[in-house]
Write a protein that binds this ligand. Structure first.
Ligand SMILES: Cc1cc2nc3c(=O)[nH]c(=O)nc-3n(C[C@H](O)[C@H](O)[C@H](O)COP(=O)(O)O)c2cc1C
Length: 409
């Protein structure tokens, strides 16, 4: 293609250019935050707005936050010097995101209609595409839309399913665009998956949070686990290209991967057993109850001047032990009261797990409920101590060990 001197737009070509297609949905305002987050993460967003999107947010806003000119149908027709914006934009991008994606644009992408700059660029582009739908629930549920999304998913497009809740039109239902943070995670994964490490395409089941064992209809026995460590491991495995399933007893947060919310140890055990049937890795980061009430009282236990109350507890099932099978790499956690790495080593042997992550729950400012942790990762190859740091960094160290074990296996 001839190189014109007066190319009016587009940032310098680079491996970290993210094409952000913005379409005319009410969630356009969230795309502004997405573009800002991309810049903060060191990506170079190249925004293409549809005509309808321009009616919601002017290109000036996206140009300011992306620190680059914005492309749209007007700039397409203005361009000169023998260069084609849709081809050039497609060439420059390493990852393409459409957020928000209207029902209209989704239909065009699915059917190869290229009647504007964004849809033409999509056809000309070869690389990972992420689509974040956003629309009224009835539009989202319509067979035309579900079929179009299915077609795109089948072609390898990552669809970040809309979430449920109150919609801008005032109705309730599924149709809200996922958060910019979730889209950012998917973008980071697309870049990482291009690097393609040992976890890419592997199924990884991660548990998180503290289970709750019902005493009666309103009370439960629980623990202080926040679910942050498990969530961090799930995010990290996702970033490494794994097919992640999070089974969480903590309040389920939005994520770009499958999440099952559970409450009790028995529920977690059932979901883990089902999900592990086809899994390559199980990471048991959840703080699972060791004991559960022998029976749950219907209704509410009344005080009635009782001087005391005894609740009989019985041992729960050992999820980690029950999941053992050839071909499943298992990662256990040992939260010990004190610097008892020796107990963790013994636990690794007793449970027969490949990797055991030890942490001292008495160490100040780390562990259960905190944003930080200090861990020792015990494997068959040796031990790695991770001094006090964020749970994200601890998760990265754990995933590194998982990958090394998979490669060594
Ligand atoms: C106020 C308003 C809000 C809209 N919100 C949405 C929306 O959230 N999702 C959607 O699919 N369409 C929405 N539409 C309809 C689209 O703007 C319309 O289908 C348009 O043709 C989409 O063009 P595009 O896909 O090229 O951006 C909305 C329209 C208006 C007037």
């Amino acid at each position: 293609m001839p190189v014109a001197q007066d190319r009016p737009v587009a940032p310098p070509a680079g491996a970290r250019t993210v094409l952000v297609g913005v379409t005319g949905g009410i969630a356009v305002y969230k795309a502004v935050e997405l573009v800002r987050s991309l810049v903060k993460e060191g990506f170079q967003p190249l925004v293409i707005e549809t005509e309808a999107a321009r009616r919601f947010v002017m290109p000036l806003t996206f140009a300011a936050v992306s620190q680059a000119p914005v492309l749209d149908d007007e700039t397409t027709w203005q361009s000169s010097g023998g260069w084609f914006q849709h081809i050039e934009a497609a060439r420059r991008a390493a990852v393409m995101v459409v957020a928000p994606a209207t029902a209209n644009t989704i239909a065009k992408l699915a059917h190869g209609i290229a009647d504007n700059l964004l849809t033409a660029t999509y056809l000309a582009y070869r690389g990972p595409v992420i689509v974040a739908p956003s629309m009224n629930w009835a539009m989202y549920e319509h067979p035309a839309t579900t079929e179009n999304l299915r077609v795109l998913a089948e072609r390898g497009v990552t669809i970040l399913a809309a979430t449920s809740g109150e919609l801008a039109c005032g109705e309730e239902g599924q149709g809200r665009m996922v958060s910019p943070q979730t889209i950012l995670l998917a973008v980071r994964r697309a870049f990482a998956a291009q690097a393609s490490g040992p976890l890419a395409g592997r199924r990884v089941v991660v548990t998180a949070g503290g289970t709750r064992e019902s005493v009666d209809a309103v009370r439960f026995l629980g623990n202080r686990s926040s679910g942050k460590m498990g969530r961090a491991v799930a995010d990290e495995a996702y970033l490494h290209g794994a097919d992640v399933v999070l089974v969480t007893a903590a309040p389920a947060e939005e994520s770009p991967y499958a999440t099952h919310a559970v409450e009790s140890t028995a529920e977690m055990a059932a979901v883990v057993a089902r999900e592990c049937a086809a899994a390559d890795v199980l990471v048991m980061a959840a703080a699972v109850a060791d004991f559960t009430p022998a029976a749950t009282v219907d209704g509410k236990i009344e005080r009635n001047n009782k001087p005391s109350l005894s609740i009989e507890l019985v041992a729960t099932s050992d999820i980690l032990a029950a999941s053992a099978r050839p071909g499943l790499l298992r990662v256990g956690f040992a939260a010990e009261a004190g610097p008892r790495v020796d107990r963790a080593r013994a636990k690794r042997k007793a449970k027969g797990v490949e990797i055991l992550v030890f942490n001292d729950i008495l160490a100040e400012g780390v562990g259960i409920g905190s944003d930080e942790n200090e861990i020792t990762i015990i494997t068959g190859r040796g031990e790695t101590h991770v001094p006090r740091t964020s749970k994200t960094r601890c998760a990265a160290a754990i995933v590194t060990e998982i990958e090394a074990t998979l490669v060594g296996a």
